[in-house]
Design a protein around this ligand. Structure first.
Ligand code: ADP
Ligand code: MG
Length: 633
């Protein structure tokens, strides 16, 4: 034992171990799942090396996991014939955490009310869970590399570990010997081990041998005909694969034969993982070739916007010795990937058609991620069919509208699809920009989610209809569409002379606002409001500009056009004042106020103080008039 060397765990490992060693968790049994999963990964790796032709030590050893236990000594042993580890590898793999995210992990554990069972495996720190039950762990391991010596690693999980070179162990693989804590005696009982393996590790593709008996089902259920797989099996497999404790929302099981053969067994989870945002790398499908695992969490079989889909894909038509690095360039692989993607999209389209309520449930959970698919031009048609929005025709905030729904309700002569963006439905419903649309009975899509703007900008068109922001619509396109609502309190048009005065008033307003606006013009869109701001050109909507500004992109300051409603009572009064004295203070004040209100409504008022001061002054004045009028003095 002369060459025993002590090492210290890295700080982040210590922190993690501290959480695991000193807390009492209800589902400590998951340590077994994690160790078996590591053994299975190690077996996958050695099989992968040998199929690609690497020289592998003990190449005829059966690929399997053996579990033995000593009830008296309270020692549990998990042995695999996998890839093993060299000294450097064990230091790098167990002792440091390669992935960042321990911090997030600790936070999640705290939020999960102290039970890390479903989080730990997903974070790539599964091994350490053994210290929930162990007072000491001894690992004996021999790398698949022929010349690499076997080593022993030993630790009590408190702060350091030691490594010794072994002369005794010579066969390839890893043995993890667990000296159980006094209160973890159940893990040397056969029934407990067996039920735990069946519960968490049943679908491991290598035999798990407990006390000389194989305890798991080794069949690849994705290769079996759909008719022979029961719902419970799908559910169980899904839970195994995803660490989810619930059943999946959907199961998509496909066997494709031509032009390329593959089987896919895919699942849509009931709940969107907030995990996605913590851990964006943690997605992908498991890729098998002829039942042999080639890659865990392959990220090229599905685009990122479908990353909520879990599952496996297995093909006969890929070479077993394919390298993961060149997968993306492989034509067969690309064809499989595009077929998998289009299968998922078609499945969703059917789901939406057959069961709108179920689709709404799907949208609520996964819509946010799904919307990120606006760059998938290849599948854009299907993508567009699957999008959902709220709109002015919806009963409430929850109702969802598809572009197909919208287009089926379009008015005669309507050639565009209209949308407006903002923070919520209530605000959008009273936005002055949509007054004319209400008047003409035109539906307007309501976009609340910032990403919706990007979605709309990149799809641009649905069928023959362009998508248009209400503040960018060419009013000529609305002119020929009939009003549906009788205008309330219809006002007589301005007399000829007043009309002239009104235009002069607009010029006056322009001179007051000067270069803060592009122009001041008569409005053809306003019904209930006195004024609003519109973009002069057909460029980005103002919401889009706000988003770009937020991301610090220079969009320049765009001057807008102030539109004034000649039929509004306030404006009519202004005309009267203007006729009497075109330089009246009051005109100045009201113009400033209209401008600030319009900016506020647009979300681009930078400083509200002047607006509030002016408003208070005006209220003060009108309160005096009110008191006089009602003779309250
Ligand atoms: P993960 O499995 O997500 O990588 P773990 O904490 O479970 O995280 O394991 C850390 C690493 O230790 C593994 O990635 C692997 O490299 C190594 N390892 C663990 N168990 C074994 C084993 N039985 N055989 C070979 N390597 C192993
Ligand atoms: Mg692991």
């Amino acid at each position: 034992m002369s060459d025993t060397k002590k090492y210290e765990f890295k700080a982040e490992v210590k922190k993690l171990l501290d959480i695991l060693v000193h807390s009492l968790y209800t589902s400590r049994e998951i340590f077994l799942r994690e160790l078996i999963s590591n053994a299975s990964d190690a077996l996958d790796k050695v099989r992968f090396e040998s199929t690609r032709g690497t020289a592998v030590a003990d190449k005829d050893l059966p690929l399997e996991i053996k579990i033995t236990f000593d009830e008296k000594a309270k020692v549990l042993t998990i042995a695999d014939t996998g890839i093993g580890m060299s000294r450097d590898e064990i230091i790098a793999n167990i002792g440091t955490i390669a992935k960042s995210g321990t911090e997030e992990f600790a936070k999640l554990i705290a939020e999960a009310k102290g039970d890390p069972s479903n989080i730990i495996g997903r974070f790539g720190v599964g091994f350490y869970s053994v210290f929930m039950v162990a007072k000491e762990v001894v690992i004996k391991t021999k790398s698949f590399k022929v010349d690499e010596p076997a080593i022993e690693w030993k630790s009590d999980g408190l702060g350091d570990y030691e490594i010794t070179e072994l002369n005794g162990k010579t066969t390839r693989g890893t043995t993890v010997e667990i000296h159980l804590k006094d209160d973890a005696g159940e893990f040397v009982q056969k029934w407990k081990l067996e039920s735990t393996i069946k519960k968490h590790s049943n679908f491991i593709t290598f035999p798990i041998i407990l006390d000389k008996e194989k305890v798991n089902t080794v069949n690849a259920i994705w290769r079996e005909p759909k008719s022979s797989v029961k719902k419970e099996q799908y559910d169980e497999f899904y839970k195994f694969l995803s660490y989810d404790s619930e059943e999946p929302m959907d199961v998509i099981h496909k066997a494709v034969d031509a032009p390329i053969q593959f089987n896919a067994l895919l699942f849509i989870p009931k709940k969107s993982g907030e995990m996605f945002f913590y851990d964006r790398e943690n997605y992908g499908l498991d890729l098998y070739v002829r039942r042999v695992l080639i890659q865990h969490k392959n990220k090229d079989l599905l685009p990122e916007y479908l990353s909520f889909v879990k599952g496996v894909v297995d093909s006969e038509d890929l070479p077993l010795n394919i390298s993961r690095e060149t997968l993306q360039e492989n034509v067969v692989f690309s064809k499989i990937a595009s077929s998998v993607t289009s299968n998922v999209l078609s499945y969703l389209i059917d789901k939406a058609k057959n069961d709108a309520t179920a689709y709404a449930e799907f949208w609520k959970e996964h819509g946010k991620v799904f919307k990120l698919g606006y760059m998938d031009f290849v599948n854009q048609e299907k993508y567009m069919e699957l999008l959902r929005f709220n709109s002015s025709s919806a009963k409430d905030e929850k109702e969802l509208v598809s572009l197909a729904d919208y287009s089926s309700r379009m008015k005669e002569g309507q050639k565009e699809i209209y949308y407006i963006s903002g923070t919520n439905r209530d605000a959008l419903a009273v936005d002055p920009h949509i007054e004319i649309f209400k008047n003409k009975g035109l539906e307007v899509l309501y976009l609340y989610d910032p990403v919706d703007e990007f979605v709309i900008q990149s799809i641009r068109k649905y069928k023959d209809f362009e998508l248009k922001s209400v503040d960018n619509v060419d009013m000529k396109n609305l002119k020929d569409l009939k009003d549906v609502e009788e205008k309330k309190n219809e006002v007589a048009p301005l007399a000829k002379d007043d009309q002239k005065q009104f235009y002069s008033l607009l010029s006056k307003m322009k001179s007051i606002l000067n270069d803060r606006v592009e122009d001041v013009v008569e409005s053809k869109r306003l019904v209930d409001s006195p004024a609003c701001l519109v973009s002069k050109d057909d460029s980005m909507s103002s919401q889009m500009k706000k988003i770009l500004k937020m991301t610090k992109q220079d969009v320049g300051v765009e001057k807008k056009v102030l539109e004034v409603n000649p039929d509004h009572a306030l404006v009519r009064n202004l005309v009267k004042v203007f006729k009497t004295d075109s330089n009246d203070e009051f005109i100045l004040k009201v113009t400033e106020q209209l401008m600030d209100s319009a900016l506020l409504q647009d979300g681009s008022l930078e400083d509200p103080h002047k607006l509030i001061k002016r408003l208070n002054e005006m209220m003060e004045q009108s309160s005096s008039w009110y008191v006089d009028l009602k003779k309250m003095n």
